[in-house]
Design a protein around this ligand. Structure first.
Ligand SMILES: *Cc1c(COP(=O)(O)O)cnc(C)c1O
Length: 396
């Protein structure tokens, strides 16, 4: 019999939708896929070359569990250069992807009796990962007409003596929203006053649009930095999702505990991927601008088309590569004689009858919305948008 822990755990819904999309594609059905949570670009050549060199140099054995020093130094340089944050080697750990960084961090700091504040819409993995530690996720709703901000007035209502942390993700998956600087200040002050951690997931830091530039909450005040643990990685910035390298910066005691967890579970992240990540962080950065240029064009087109559909609104993402349109006005309509009702049902209709793959908002804690990734070709976006328009037009 399965453990209670394992039997309660659902697979990641985004990965599940990718699987279904692949299944339909394998049957020869032409699916317009907006499901992907990864750049559709290839890993830049100089990064791949660093991995090939690592293999040829036989850099293929165990490395230190928490990552090799040259990679930690590259991470330290990144934080210095991009965020004006100073970390020492013992405040950095390399893990097997950003998801693994977050998982180990939660295991290191959360336990039964703790409460962890998660603003919704949230990244799908935060609540289950918090639950796996025995702690309780406390979901705080944020709203499209307030730019998905969380203010101290809202936050205060959810803070109590059991509050152990808040998880911030900016730019965010699934919305592409960010936090205004003054709100980050307020959140930081509350964390200091109430002695809880700020988990700052900054994996989309470099993927920003228009005049928005990322500011890490840790950089706003040394007291905030003390309470902040930054989770980050190379997956999204350098189109390296398959390489599995994430990194964490924060208090040395926490980082050491994460290392202990790693030493009893995965051991070091792949030696070859670590060499590739050094090339990514230290090498030429022009691939980011190329990717961003394409994402920006697609964003502008996709958002423009979505909001042209009667009844649909959509936050204009400041970063990442997702659109999160509001389909609440459509859910009350009927399709083939029955009321659509939920974002999950809408997603099924779109996939099965209109061959378009999206992710239901409810999986991110926001019913009535859909998540569409625009990390896919313009051709697919054009085709998919046309199909969504046809679908909506067929609803009564
Ligand atoms: C993709 C993603 C991650 C981590 O990705 P990895 O592939 O595990 O490095 C972490 N947080 C958010 C919000 C993400 O979208």
């Amino acid at each position: 019999m399965l453990s209670k822990r394992a039997s309660l755990l659902k697979p990641s819904p985004t990965l599940a939708i990718n699987a279904k999309e692949k299944e339909l594609k394998a049957k020869g059905i032409d699916i317009a896929g907006f499901g992907a949570g990864e750049p559709d670009f290839n890993t830049p050549d100089h990064i791949k070359q660093a991995a090939i060199t690592a293999i040829n140099d036989n850099f293929t054995r165990y490395t230190p569990v928490s990552g090799i020093d040259p990679l930690k130094d590259a991470v330290i340089d990144k934080f210095k250069k991009d965020n004006n944050l100073n970390y020492k080697r013992e405040e950095i750990i390399i893990s097997c992807g950003g998801k693994h960084s977050l998982y180990n961090l939660f295991q290191a700091i959360f336990q039964e009796g703790d409460e962890v504040i998660i603003p919704a819409p949230y990244w799908v993995s935060y609540p289950p990962m918090v639950e796996l530690t025995g702690a309780k996720p406390v979901i705080v709703e944020t709203h499209e007409d307030e730019d998905y901000q969380i203010t101290s007035d809202i936050l205060k209502r959810f803070i109590n003596k059991n509050t152990k942390g808040i998880i911030l993700n900016y730019p965010s998956n699934p919305v592409g929203s960010i936090y205004y600087r003054e709100n980050l200040e307020q959140i930081g002050k509350l964390a200091v006053e109430n002695n809880f951690y700020i988990i700052s997931d900054e994996i989309y830091e470099k993927l920003t649009y228009d005049d928005y530039t990322h500011v890490s909450i840790a950089s706003l005040d040394p007291a905030f930095k003390e309470r902040t643990i930054i989770c980050h990685g190379v997956a999204k910035t350098y189109a390296m999702t398959g390489w599995r390298i994430g990194f964490t910066a924060g208090d040395a005691i926490i980082i050491k505990a994460m290392g202990n967890l790693q030493s009893q579970s995965t051991s070091n992240p792949t030696s070859i991927s670590q060499m590739a990540a050094i090339a990514a962080l230290n090498g030429p950065q022009d691939s980011i601008a190329t990717m961003l240029g394409a994402f920006k064009k697609r964003r502008d087109y996709l958002i423009g088309e979505l909001i042209s559909i009667s009844g649909i609104t959509c936050y204009s993402p400041k970063g990442a590569f997702y659109a999160f349109p509001n389909f609440n006005n459509v859910l009350g309509k009927t399709y083939k004689g029955s009321v659509i009702g939920t974002s999950t049902r809408l997603t099924e209709i779109l996939l099965e009858d209109f061959h378009t793959a999206v992710v239901p908002g409810v999986e991110f804690g926001k019913e009535g919305y859909l998540r569409l990734s625009f990390a896919t070709s313009m051709e697919i976006i054009e085709k998919g948008v046309e199909r969504i328009k046809n679908a909506v037009a067929s609803f009564k």
